[in-house]
Design a protein around this ligand. Structure first.
Ligand code: M6R
Length: 600
């Protein structure tokens, strides 16, 4: 999704902005631009396409110590240079970048801007033109900015500069993430701290409907009526090194490899000195109070939620429903009397999930967010947060966040079971340690998956994933991984459903990836494999040690069967990765996709 970076200080702005935008590339974008200001005015550079092209377009002879930059993921208007940010007002005096969606832009245009010729198809241009209108009336930039912002509805993170004032960046926020970073003799603005980690590790959170006046040596937060607000700074925990690829070709491979370490980190963070689960008692009480749990999430996080349901129902004996966030508002289920909502989200910024959270809070129900980004919108707005400790996930395809989500949900389920005095016959922390070792065995065998991807997937138009029980949920996730990065059409199916339609698609050579990690269904999934083989499928069967047959293509190390999704997904992630590489796809930045989907 879109990204914002701004800088005001002593150094060359161009490099700070371009480096910052490069750090935001992982979020997905289709055009980019920067506006830099000096005594002579504002210089604007915009391109359709990559930051590398923007770097070439920028006039490196222009010196400036203040500017704003943007990566755009098109919502209103095609991805082209006219629609790329920054946008300027009619006179060219005001220049703005914007993340989010202005819902009332049509009304604003009718009411205030009927005499203005627009240069783009974006809702953003409406904002900067409105600011100029307000300035015509009020003759004061801060007042005009505040007035214009107060007329907006929808989501926005805004950073604006005034060609007649090279001492100030004007910032505003509602629903879209935005931070102000604090430095010595400089300050920065970023939609994601990742963009400005080279500059600072100290930030101030900006809350909805706040305005910020950012200068070289001061940051002033105001409410829309101009009242000043004091806000403490905080230090980001993101290590700048975690945002680099190092020796890896792609972030996805690095992040897949990091999974054993992430699981060990989770064990470390969620265990006390007696080596028992350490969980906020308020979260345990919220779980114990609930008569039903509603997990709300999107994409990979939704797939993790399907496994989380198994953990909570099997161990803590509380009924769980898993819902796709974007469907929830229209298809809201009949809620139980004492629901607890769990929002699963790597980024903590997914707009679809946030819309449900807002609805849930209006209804007065408690909410827990499980996220990789504490301090994100979903984390701040929920009653409780459980962090994933997975470190920054940069590749669009989620890997380590998925396994981390399952691990944290397992601990949550066990902690709740302990609270209910349900006797469990396994130690989850030890089981997770076994899982981490098993993951390592798999990530050490990359060449095998590279060969399997070549043999089964890289030349194929489509692929099917089949499994039963929790294997089915992993199949859905495996197919999502494959389709999003390799563009092979892939679907995950419950083995038993094949005969009800899908088997009609199996023909000579169709790749079918089957998972067999569950003893209760080992026999029946193998029956399904026979059925597709009889119709010509090219089947790759991945089983678990102890359940394997001679003909299986790959056997994963044995772990507790309930926890097998954390391990069986690793081969599927690696198969997807190598198939995408072999097909020449842009693995970390697949087409049409964004890392953090901040529009509904
Ligand atoms: O940040 P979130 O976990 O809320 O994101 C949800 C989905 O957009 C995300 O999981 C998406 O499906 C991934 N790209 C899949 O790899």
């Amino acid at each position: 999704m879109c990204g914002i970076v701004g800088y005001i200080g002593q150094n060359d702005t161009k490099e700070v902005l371009l480096n910052g935008l490069e750090k935001l590339e992982y979020r997905g974008y289709d055009s980019a631009g920067i506006a830099i200001e000096n005594e002579q005015g504002v210089n604007l550079f915009k391109v359709k396409g990559r930051i590398a092209a923007l770097r070439e377009k920028v006039d490196h002879n222009v010196s400036s110590t203040m500017g704003i930059g943007h990566t755009r993921w098109a919502t209103h208007g095609a991805p082209n240079v006219d629609n790329a940010h920054p946008h300027q007002s009619a006179s060219g005096r005001f220049t703005i970048v914007h993340n989010g969606v202005i819902e009332n832009y049509v009304e604003i245009r009718k009411e205030y801007l009927s005499d203005v010729t627009l240069k783009s198809d974006t809702d953003t241009e409406i904002v900067v033109q409105l600011i100029e209108k307000m300035h015509d009336e009020l003759q004061d930039t801060a007042k005009a900015f505040r007035k214009a912002v107060s007329l907006l509805t929808g989501s926005y993170a805004l950073a604006m500069i005034d060609a007649e004032d090279n001492e100030t960046i004007y910032v505003a926020k509602n629903k879209s993430p935005l931070l102000v970073g604090i430095g010595e003799g400089f300050n920065v603005v970023a939609s994601d701290a990742m963009a400005t980690l080279r500059e600072t590790d100290t930030y101030k959170e900006i809350r909805d409907k706040e305005i910020v006046i950012v200068r070289r040596d001061s940051v002033e937060i105001q409410l829309l009526d101009g009242t000043k607000v004091e806000r403490e700074t905080f230090k980001t925990e993101i290590d700048a090194a975690d945002t680099e690829k190092g020796t890896y070709d792609h972030f996805m491979l690095k992040e897949t490899d990091e999974q054993p370490f992430v699981i060990r980190k989770i064990i470390q963070h969620y265990q006390n000195e007696a080596e028992e689960i350490k969980m906020d008692p308020a979260i345990r009480n919220a779980m114990l109070d609930a008569d039903r749990i509603y997990i709300v999430a999107a994409g990979t996080s939704y797939n993790a939620g399907l496994v989380g349901k198994q953990f909570i129902e099997n161990l803590a004996k509380i009924p769980v429903e898993v819902h796709i966030a974007s469907e929830f508002s229209y298809n809201m289920p009949l809620l139980s009397e004492k629901p607890l909502f769990i929002f699963l989200s790597q980024s903590g910024e997914t707009a679809d999930s946030r819309a449900v959270l807002v609805q849930v809070k209006e209804l007065g129900h408690p909410a827990l967010t499980i996220t990789n980004v504490p301090g994100s919108t979903l984390s701040r707005e929920a009653d409780f947060t459980l962090p994933l400790y997975a470190g920054p996930e940069i590749a669009v395809a989620s890997t380590k966040a998925y396994t981390a989500q399952m691990a944290v949900m397992l601990l949550l389920a066990v902690d709740t079971a302990n609270g209910k005095e349900i006797k469990l016959d396994f130690n989850p922390l030890q089981e997770l340690a076994i899982v981490a070792n098993a993951m390592e065995v798999l990530t050490d065998q990359k060449e095998t998956f590279e060969t399997l991807a070549q043999n089964y997937l890289s030349e194929s138009r489509n692929a099917f994933f089949i499994g039963r029980g929790v294997d089915y949920f992993v199949c859905v996730e495996g197919s999502l991984k494959l389709k999003e990065i390799s563009y092979i059409q892939a679907e995950g199916f419950a083995g038993g459903e094949l005969k009800h339609g899908t088997i009609a698609l199996i023909e000579e050579g169709t790749p079918v990836i089957a998972l067999a990690t569950q003893s209760s269904v080992n026999h029946s999934i193998r029956g399904n494999v026979q059925e597709v083989n009889a119709r010509g499928a090219n089947t790759l069967l991945i089983s678990m040690k102890g359940l394997e047959h001679d003909e299986d293509a790959f056997v994963i190390p044995a772990v507790n069967e309930l926890l097998s999704p954390l391990v069986s997904v690793v081969p599927l992630q690696l198969l997807a990765y190598y198939a995408a590489v072999q097909r020449g796809a842009d693995v970390d930045k697949p087409r049409n996709l964004a890392k953090s989907v901040t529009v509904e």
